[in-house]
Design a protein around this ligand. Structure first.
Ligand SMILES: [Fe+2]
Length: 176
């Protein structure tokens, strides 16, 4: 059972994670169009991880006896100024997502919904990592991205990222 506000915020968070997925997929397309295949790969993996985040919340709601209500997901931008613009937008987007997670946490604590508080622990930690990754990408671009050699080496580096399904997806998948 859920407090209705907590349930509503969790459902909205599914939408926010799906928006994140689409935002990163759109960024990945823009980057691939410009032959920055390594950057494109990094954001493609990021897209898959965001769909995992949506599924984790989806499974948790069902698992904990709540009701899933999917809402409309806004279209992400298709055009970006340059690589830096993408890196800046991804950092500010992750900061926004962190604030959304904190807001659910606050509502859950207020209504003594400790299962949700505990569930969100993983997301709180994940957001620390997401913000760190995004700011590292931006800082490295500012340090090395201005030279063709620097950009090529950053692109190769980021292209090494591979996807593995987040463990939490399976954790809440079928326990009822
Ligand atoms: Fe996420």
């Amino acid at each position: 059972m859920f407090d209705s506000k907590v349930e509503d915020l969790l459902n909205k968070q599914i939408g926010a994670e799906m928006y994140s997925a689409n935002l990163y997929l759109s960024m990945s397309a823009w980057l691939r169009d410009r032959s920055l295949d390594g950057y494109a790969q990094w954001f493609y993996v990021q897209y898959k991880e965001e769909t995992d985040h949506a599924l984790i919340i989806y499974n948790f709601i069902l698992n904990a006896g709540g009701q899933v209500k999917l809402g409309q997901v806004d279209a992400p931008p298709a055009h970006f100024k340059d690589v830096r613009d993408i890196l800046e937008q991804s950092l500010s987007h992750e900061r926004l997502v962190t604030s959304l997670i904190y807001a659910i946490n606050e509502a859950a604590q207020k209504s003594k919904d400790y299962k949700t508080v505990q569930f969100l622990d993983w997301f709180v930690r994940e957001q620390v990592e997401e913000e760190d990754n995004a700011s590292t990408n931006l800082n490295r671009y500012d340090l090395f991205g201005a030279s063709p050699e620097g950009l090529l080496s950053l692109d190769e580096d980021l292209g090494a990222r591979t996807y593995r399904q987040t463990e939490q997806v399976a954790l809440y998948e079928s326990a009822d």
